[in-house]
Ligand binder design. Sequence first.
Ligand SMILES: [Zn+2]
Length: 299
Amino acid sequence: MGSKKKSESDNIFSVEGMKIPSIELPDELFEKSLDPWRFSLIGRLNLQNIKFVDAAIILRNQWKLIGECKLIPLGRGFFTIKLDNGTDRNYIKSQVWEVMDQILKIRNWMYNFRPTSQRTSKAFVWVRFPGLGLGFWSESILFKICKEIGTPIKIDEATTKCDVGYYANVLVEVDFASSVPNKVWIGTKYGVFFQEVSIPDCPKYCSSCKMVGHFIIECRVEKAKSNETNSENIITPQQPKSSSEILQQTNSSSTNILNALSSVSVTRSLPFHICDTTTNDNEDSVIHTIHDTPTVPVH
Ligand SMILES: [Zn+2]
């Protein structure tokens, strides 16, 4: 950490002995500069498998706007959606938009938004409820159940049509920094039961950085910490943590909604053991692919 002070004689900051020019923007000038962006939004897609220009065409074809719209790429899958009226802004914000097999992630525009400093612990994932009775397969009931897991976005077509009764499938935005339950307790006037929750396609999640995109065993921050410790203690170097130890730590720091149901004997589970983490190597997991359930499942 270096010293940071402003010189009294002129508009120059001194940071660690280096002089840096300082510019103070007048409020009026800054407000005027922000004004054209006041209806804007920021979108994000995984642009590894689709070009930005193609994604922009798909979005424009879906949107029925009354005003002008400009899509400006910012890097790392982010883009500004520049709009000129509040109606269009609310219209885009109020719906779920799909591009190929992805859901468009939308947030409010920020004057100082930087794609490189964006980190998130949330991702869109399909949440399955194996064996759930067909009487529970309405959107309103499934969304109510999914609110215990994250923010429900939509149910898939096969679930809507009740084509296949093996499991209900709901797209949910899950915050992986929170504990993700592997069971939920459902009560009705006729009785109560535990329902299994399964997330077959989980993003990589680092419990150290609290973000999706990499596992803790791949974490640069953890590796740097480990190297620091090793260089400080050469005689007894610290061994890297085994994956089971890491998982135990994750478990001990987690809270599970099942804790509330203390009268029922349940096995406490790891927050992410419901995920098949061996199948997902997508680095940019913020926007997850959203393939619907196949109509005829493979046995
Ligand atoms: Zn990390």
